[in-house]
Write a protein that binds this ligand. Sequence first.
Ligand SMILES: *Cc1c(COP(=O)(O)O)cnc(C)c1O
Length: 334
Amino acid sequence: MLSIEWTASSGWLAPRITPYQNLSLDPATCVFHYAFECFEGMKAYKNSAGDVRLFRPDKNMARFNKSSARIALPNFAPQSLIELISKFSAMEERFIPAARGYSLYLRPTMIGTQRTLGVGPPGSALLFVIASPVGPYYPTGFKAVSLEATDYAVRAWPGGVGDMKLGANYAPCIIPQLQAAKRGYHQNLWLFGDEEYVTEVGTMNFFAAVRDKDTGKKVLMTAPLDGTILEGVIRDSVLDLARERLVPEGWEVQERKFTMPELAAAADDGRLIEAFGTGTAAVVSPVRRIAWRGRTVECGLAEEQEVGEITKRMKDWIEGIQYGDEEHVWSLKV
Ligand SMILES: *Cc1c(COP(=O)(O)O)cnc(C)c1O
Protein backbone atom coordinates (compact mmCIF):
# COMPACT_ATOMS: atom_id res chain seq x y z
CA MET A 1 0.00 0.00 0.00
CA LEU A 2 0.99 3.58 -0.63
CA SER A 3 0.55 5.91 2.37
CA ILE A 4 1.03 9.63 2.86
CA GLU A 5 0.33 11.39 6.14
CA TRP A 6 -0.71 15.00 6.42
CA THR A 7 -0.77 17.41 9.34
CA ALA A 8 -2.07 20.96 9.36
CA SER A 9 1.28 22.19 10.70
CA SER A 10 3.67 20.26 8.42
CA GLY A 11 1.59 19.55 5.31
CA TRP A 12 2.16 16.28 3.44
CA LEU A 13 4.93 14.07 4.85
CA ALA A 14 7.07 11.69 2.79
CA PRO A 15 5.10 9.01 0.87
CA ARG A 16 5.80 5.38 1.70
CA ILE A 17 5.09 2.09 -0.03
CA THR A 18 4.84 -0.68 2.57
CA PRO A 19 3.36 -4.17 2.83
CA TYR A 20 -0.44 -4.15 3.13
CA GLN A 21 -1.21 -3.75 6.82
CA ASN A 22 -3.79 -2.74 9.42
CA LEU A 23 -4.19 0.85 10.47
CA SER A 24 -4.06 1.63 14.16
CA LEU A 25 -6.45 4.43 15.10
CA ASP A 26 -7.79 5.80 18.35
CA PRO A 27 -11.54 5.09 18.76
CA ALA A 28 -12.13 8.85 18.94
CA THR A 29 -10.61 9.42 15.50
CA CYS A 30 -12.89 11.77 13.56
CA VAL A 31 -13.33 9.44 10.54
CA PHE A 32 -15.29 6.98 12.74
CA HIS A 33 -17.72 9.61 14.01
CA TYR A 34 -18.27 12.17 11.28
CA ALA A 35 -17.33 10.28 8.11
CA PHE A 36 -14.29 12.28 7.07
CA GLU A 37 -13.63 9.91 4.18
CA CYS A 38 -13.49 10.13 0.41
CA PHE A 39 -12.17 7.78 -2.22
CA GLU A 40 -11.55 7.09 -5.89
CA GLY A 41 -11.88 4.01 -8.09
CA MET A 42 -9.47 3.51 -10.96
CA LYS A 43 -7.56 0.71 -12.65
CA ALA A 44 -4.14 -0.13 -14.04
CA TYR A 45 -4.30 -2.19 -17.24
CA LYS A 46 -1.64 -4.40 -18.78
CA ASN A 47 -1.66 -5.56 -22.39
CA SER A 48 0.03 -8.54 -24.05
CA ALA A 49 3.13 -6.41 -24.73
CA GLY A 50 3.46 -5.95 -20.93
CA ASP A 51 2.74 -2.19 -20.96
CA VAL A 52 1.03 -0.88 -17.82
CA ARG A 53 -1.44 1.94 -18.33
CA LEU A 54 -3.76 4.19 -16.37
CA PHE A 55 -6.96 5.55 -17.92
CA ARG A 56 -7.55 9.32 -17.57
CA PRO A 57 -5.99 9.49 -14.07
CA ASP A 58 -6.18 13.31 -14.22
CA LYS A 59 -9.98 12.96 -14.01
CA ASN A 60 -9.75 10.81 -10.87
CA MET A 61 -7.32 13.23 -9.25
CA ALA A 62 -9.52 16.25 -9.97
CA ARG A 63 -12.55 14.45 -8.52
CA PHE A 64 -10.57 13.25 -5.49
CA ASN A 65 -9.53 16.83 -4.71
CA LYS A 66 -13.09 18.06 -5.17
CA SER A 67 -14.34 15.40 -2.73
CA SER A 68 -11.65 16.02 -0.12
CA ALA A 69 -12.08 19.80 -0.28
CA ARG A 70 -15.81 19.43 0.41
CA ILE A 71 -15.18 17.62 3.70
CA ALA A 72 -12.36 19.86 4.92
CA LEU A 73 -9.60 17.37 4.06
CA PRO A 74 -6.47 18.58 2.23
CA ASN A 75 -5.82 18.47 -1.50
CA PHE A 76 -2.84 16.74 -3.09
CA ALA A 77 -1.01 18.02 -6.19
CA PRO A 78 -2.72 16.01 -8.99
CA GLN A 79 0.38 15.45 -11.09
CA SER A 80 2.38 14.28 -8.05
CA LEU A 81 -0.30 11.77 -7.05
CA ILE A 82 -0.43 10.46 -10.63
CA GLU A 83 3.34 9.97 -10.46
CA LEU A 84 3.09 8.16 -7.11
CA ILE A 85 0.27 5.91 -8.32
CA SER A 86 2.22 5.20 -11.51
CA LYS A 87 5.26 4.21 -9.45
CA PHE A 88 3.10 2.09 -7.15
CA SER A 89 1.42 0.34 -10.14
CA ALA A 90 4.78 -0.30 -11.75
CA MET A 91 6.14 -1.75 -8.48
CA GLU A 92 3.11 -4.05 -8.10
CA GLU A 93 3.17 -4.91 -11.79
CA ARG A 94 3.26 -8.65 -10.97
CA PHE A 95 -0.31 -8.35 -9.64
CA ILE A 96 -1.69 -7.01 -12.93
CA PRO A 97 -2.94 -9.88 -15.10
CA ALA A 98 -2.19 -9.22 -18.77
CA ALA A 99 -5.40 -10.82 -20.10
CA ARG A 100 -8.10 -8.63 -21.63
CA GLY A 101 -10.74 -7.67 -19.09
CA TYR A 102 -8.34 -8.09 -16.15
CA SER A 103 -6.72 -5.21 -14.32
CA LEU A 104 -5.41 -3.95 -11.00
CA TYR A 105 -8.17 -2.08 -9.19
CA LEU A 106 -6.75 0.95 -7.34
CA ARG A 107 -8.52 2.55 -4.41
CA PRO A 108 -7.08 5.95 -3.43
CA THR A 109 -8.64 6.88 -0.08
CA MET A 110 -8.35 9.82 2.28
CA ILE A 111 -9.46 9.90 5.91
CA GLY A 112 -9.40 12.44 8.71
CA THR A 113 -7.22 11.03 11.51
CA GLN A 114 -7.48 13.63 14.24
CA ARG A 115 -8.46 12.28 17.66
CA THR A 116 -11.42 14.41 18.60
CA LEU A 117 -15.15 14.23 19.14
CA GLY A 118 -15.37 17.94 18.41
CA VAL A 119 -16.92 18.64 15.03
CA GLY A 120 -14.36 20.63 13.10
CA PRO A 121 -11.78 20.47 10.33
CA PRO A 122 -9.37 17.56 10.89
CA GLY A 123 -5.87 18.66 11.86
CA SER A 124 -4.41 15.48 10.44
CA ALA A 125 -5.22 13.13 7.57
CA LEU A 126 -4.01 9.97 5.87
CA LEU A 127 -4.05 9.35 2.15
CA PHE A 128 -3.57 5.72 1.21
CA VAL A 129 -3.88 3.64 -1.95
CA ILE A 130 -4.70 -0.06 -1.80
CA ALA A 131 -5.00 -2.37 -4.79
CA SER A 132 -6.32 -5.73 -5.88
CA PRO A 133 -6.26 -7.70 -9.13
CA VAL A 134 -9.76 -7.94 -10.63
CA GLY A 135 -11.18 -10.09 -13.37
CA PRO A 136 -13.62 -9.21 -16.14
CA TYR A 137 -17.01 -7.99 -14.90
CA TYR A 138 -18.74 -10.28 -17.40
CA PRO A 139 -16.51 -13.40 -17.51
CA THR A 140 -19.04 -15.34 -19.57
CA GLY A 141 -20.22 -12.49 -21.79
CA PHE A 142 -22.61 -9.61 -21.12
CA LYS A 143 -25.53 -10.13 -18.75
CA ALA A 144 -28.20 -7.44 -19.06
CA VAL A 145 -29.52 -6.25 -15.68
CA SER A 146 -33.06 -5.56 -14.48
CA LEU A 147 -33.61 -2.36 -12.50
CA GLU A 148 -36.16 -1.21 -9.98
CA ALA A 149 -37.00 2.49 -10.18
CA THR A 150 -36.55 3.84 -6.65
CA ASP A 151 -38.64 6.82 -5.59
CA TYR A 152 -38.94 6.24 -1.82
CA ALA A 153 -35.23 6.98 -1.22
CA VAL A 154 -33.16 9.78 -2.78
CA ARG A 155 -29.45 9.22 -3.41
CA ALA A 156 -28.42 12.74 -4.43
CA TRP A 157 -29.96 16.21 -4.78
CA PRO A 158 -28.90 19.61 -6.07
CA GLY A 159 -26.71 21.31 -3.47
CA GLY A 160 -26.04 18.02 -1.69
CA VAL A 161 -22.92 15.87 -1.82
CA GLY A 162 -24.20 12.86 -3.79
CA ASP A 163 -22.14 14.08 -6.74
CA MET A 164 -18.92 13.36 -4.84
CA LYS A 165 -17.23 10.11 -3.88
CA LEU A 166 -17.70 10.50 -0.14
CA GLY A 167 -17.96 7.27 1.83
CA ALA A 168 -21.00 8.67 3.63
CA ASN A 169 -23.04 8.47 0.40
CA TYR A 170 -22.80 4.71 0.02
CA ALA A 171 -23.98 3.06 3.24
CA PRO A 172 -27.50 4.57 2.91
CA CYS A 173 -27.89 2.89 -0.51
CA ILE A 174 -27.59 -0.65 0.83
CA ILE A 175 -31.13 -1.02 2.21
CA PRO A 176 -32.82 0.20 -1.01
CA GLN A 177 -30.47 -2.14 -2.92
CA LEU A 178 -31.47 -5.09 -0.70
CA GLN A 179 -35.15 -4.25 -1.15
CA ALA A 180 -34.77 -4.19 -4.93
CA ALA A 181 -32.86 -7.48 -4.75
CA LYS A 182 -35.58 -9.06 -2.61
CA ARG A 183 -38.05 -8.32 -5.41
CA GLY A 184 -35.70 -9.82 -8.00
CA TYR A 185 -33.93 -6.74 -9.40
CA HIS A 186 -30.18 -6.30 -9.74
CA GLN A 187 -29.95 -2.56 -9.11
CA ASN A 188 -31.83 0.58 -8.17
CA LEU A 189 -32.63 3.17 -10.78
CA TRP A 190 -32.44 6.37 -8.75
CA LEU A 191 -35.15 8.88 -9.59
CA PHE A 192 -35.26 12.47 -8.40
CA GLY A 193 -38.17 14.80 -7.69
CA ASP A 194 -41.89 14.78 -8.43
CA GLU A 195 -41.05 14.79 -12.15
CA GLU A 196 -39.21 11.48 -11.61
CA TYR A 197 -36.00 12.51 -13.33
CA VAL A 198 -33.80 9.55 -14.21
CA THR A 199 -30.40 10.04 -12.54
CA GLU A 200 -28.21 6.95 -12.01
CA VAL A 201 -28.31 3.18 -11.78
CA GLY A 202 -26.79 1.71 -8.59
CA THR A 203 -23.29 3.19 -8.64
CA MET A 204 -23.20 3.77 -12.37
CA ASN A 205 -24.24 6.63 -14.63
CA PHE A 206 -27.19 5.92 -16.92
CA PHE A 207 -27.52 6.31 -20.68
CA ALA A 208 -30.53 5.76 -22.95
CA ALA A 209 -30.49 5.57 -26.73
CA VAL A 210 -33.88 6.66 -28.10
CA ARG A 211 -35.41 7.75 -31.35
CA ASP A 212 -36.68 11.32 -31.02
CA LYS A 213 -40.48 11.56 -31.15
CA ASP A 214 -40.47 14.65 -33.38
CA THR A 215 -37.34 14.47 -35.51
CA GLY A 216 -36.98 10.68 -35.73
CA LYS A 217 -33.26 11.19 -35.04
CA LYS A 218 -31.35 8.73 -32.89
CA VAL A 219 -30.38 10.35 -29.60
CA LEU A 220 -27.95 9.16 -26.92
CA MET A 221 -28.86 10.90 -23.69
CA THR A 222 -27.72 11.06 -20.09
CA ALA A 223 -28.52 13.25 -17.08
CA PRO A 224 -26.58 16.52 -16.72
CA LEU A 225 -24.11 17.35 -13.92
CA ASP A 226 -26.64 19.18 -11.73
CA GLY A 227 -25.73 17.61 -8.39
CA THR A 228 -28.02 14.58 -8.78
CA ILE A 229 -25.37 12.34 -10.37
CA LEU A 230 -21.75 11.39 -9.83
CA GLU A 231 -19.38 12.85 -12.39
CA GLY A 232 -18.25 9.54 -13.88
CA VAL A 233 -15.02 9.25 -15.86
CA ILE A 234 -16.63 6.62 -18.10
CA ARG A 235 -19.73 8.81 -18.51
CA ASP A 236 -17.52 11.65 -19.74
CA SER A 237 -15.63 9.27 -22.02
CA VAL A 238 -18.84 7.86 -23.52
CA LEU A 239 -20.08 11.40 -24.22
CA ASP A 240 -16.79 12.38 -25.90
CA LEU A 241 -16.62 9.22 -28.00
CA ALA A 242 -20.28 9.53 -28.98
CA ARG A 243 -19.72 13.13 -30.11
CA GLU A 244 -16.65 12.10 -32.07
CA ARG A 245 -17.83 8.78 -33.54
CA LEU A 246 -21.64 8.57 -33.42
CA VAL A 247 -22.57 12.11 -34.38
CA PRO A 248 -21.00 11.66 -37.86
CA GLU A 249 -23.30 8.61 -38.21
CA GLY A 250 -26.32 10.84 -37.62
CA TRP A 251 -26.70 10.48 -33.86
CA GLU A 252 -27.44 13.33 -31.51
CA VAL A 253 -25.82 13.46 -28.07
CA GLN A 254 -27.73 15.14 -25.26
CA GLU A 255 -26.79 15.88 -21.66
CA ARG A 256 -30.19 16.81 -20.34
CA LYS A 257 -32.79 16.05 -17.75
CA PHE A 258 -35.27 13.37 -18.78
CA THR A 259 -38.00 11.68 -16.80
CA MET A 260 -39.16 8.16 -16.19
CA PRO A 261 -42.56 8.91 -17.88
CA GLU A 262 -40.61 10.13 -20.93
CA LEU A 263 -38.51 6.95 -21.00
CA ALA A 264 -41.62 4.77 -20.58
CA ALA A 265 -43.39 6.64 -23.42
CA ALA A 266 -40.38 6.00 -25.68
CA ALA A 267 -40.51 2.30 -24.78
CA ASP A 268 -44.27 2.16 -25.43
CA ASP A 269 -43.79 3.73 -28.90
CA GLY A 270 -40.93 1.34 -29.72
CA ARG A 271 -38.49 4.28 -29.70
CA LEU A 272 -36.28 3.09 -26.82
CA ILE A 273 -33.33 1.52 -28.65
CA GLU A 274 -31.15 0.51 -25.70
CA ALA A 275 -30.06 1.57 -22.21
CA PHE A 276 -26.88 1.02 -20.23
CA GLY A 277 -24.97 1.99 -17.10
CA THR A 278 -21.35 3.18 -17.11
CA GLY A 279 -18.56 2.96 -14.55
CA THR A 280 -14.95 1.92 -14.11
CA ALA A 281 -15.86 -1.55 -12.77
CA ALA A 282 -17.91 -2.82 -15.74
CA VAL A 283 -17.19 -0.05 -18.31
CA VAL A 284 -20.75 -0.55 -19.59
CA SER A 285 -23.62 -2.57 -18.15
CA PRO A 286 -26.57 -3.28 -20.48
CA VAL A 287 -30.06 -2.80 -19.02
CA ARG A 288 -32.86 -5.17 -19.97
CA ARG A 289 -35.84 -3.69 -18.15
CA ILE A 290 -36.97 -1.25 -15.48
CA ALA A 291 -39.78 -1.93 -13.02
CA TRP A 292 -41.63 1.32 -12.37
CA ARG A 293 -45.02 2.04 -10.77
CA GLY A 294 -46.13 -1.57 -11.02
CA ARG A 295 -45.28 -1.91 -14.70
CA THR A 296 -42.26 -3.02 -16.70
CA VAL A 297 -40.42 -0.77 -19.12
CA GLU A 298 -38.56 -2.91 -21.66
CA CYS A 299 -35.29 -1.33 -22.79
CA GLY A 300 -34.99 -2.54 -26.38
CA LEU A 301 -33.21 -5.89 -26.05
CA ALA A 302 -34.64 -8.98 -27.72
CA GLU A 303 -35.20 -11.88 -25.32
CA GLU A 304 -32.04 -13.77 -26.30
CA GLN A 305 -29.98 -10.59 -26.60
CA GLU A 306 -27.74 -9.48 -23.69
CA VAL A 307 -26.26 -6.28 -25.11
CA GLY A 308 -27.24 -3.59 -27.62
CA GLU A 309 -25.07 -2.40 -30.49
CA ILE A 310 -24.15 1.03 -29.10
CA THR A 311 -23.40 -0.41 -25.64
CA LYS A 312 -21.09 -3.01 -27.19
CA ARG A 313 -19.31 -0.54 -29.45
CA MET A 314 -18.73 1.83 -26.52
CA LYS A 315 -17.18 -0.95 -24.45
CA ASP A 316 -14.92 -1.98 -27.33
CA TRP A 317 -13.81 1.59 -27.99
CA ILE A 318 -13.07 2.34 -24.34
CA GLU A 319 -11.31 -0.96 -23.65
CA GLY A 320 -9.29 -0.51 -26.84
CA ILE A 321 -7.98 2.75 -25.40
CA GLN A 322 -7.54 1.39 -21.83
CA TYR A 323 -5.34 -1.50 -23.02
CA GLY A 324 -3.48 0.61 -25.58
CA ASP A 325 -4.76 -1.12 -28.76
CA GLU A 326 -5.64 2.38 -29.80
CA GLU A 327 -3.07 5.06 -28.95
CA HIS A 328 -5.02 7.86 -27.29
CA VAL A 329 -4.28 10.82 -24.99
CA TRP A 330 -6.57 9.25 -22.36
CA SER A 331 -4.21 6.33 -21.83
CA LEU A 332 -1.13 7.03 -19.70
CA LYS A 333 1.68 4.48 -20.07
CA VAL A 334 3.46 4.22 -16.71
C1 LIG B 1 -17.90 5.92 -9.07
C2 LIG B 1 -19.33 6.14 -9.41
C3 LIG B 1 -19.79 6.18 -10.74
C4 LIG B 1 -18.91 5.88 -11.91
O1 LIG B 1 -17.80 6.70 -12.03
P1 LIG B 1 -16.59 6.27 -12.99
O2 LIG B 1 -15.61 7.37 -12.78
O3 LIG B 1 -17.13 6.23 -14.37
O4 LIG B 1 -16.11 4.94 -12.52
C5 LIG B 1 -21.11 6.47 -10.97
N1 LIG B 1 -21.98 6.66 -9.94
C6 LIG B 1 -21.58 6.60 -8.66
C7 LIG B 1 -22.59 6.83 -7.59
C8 LIG B 1 -20.25 6.33 -8.35
O5 LIG B 1 -19.87 6.25 -7.07
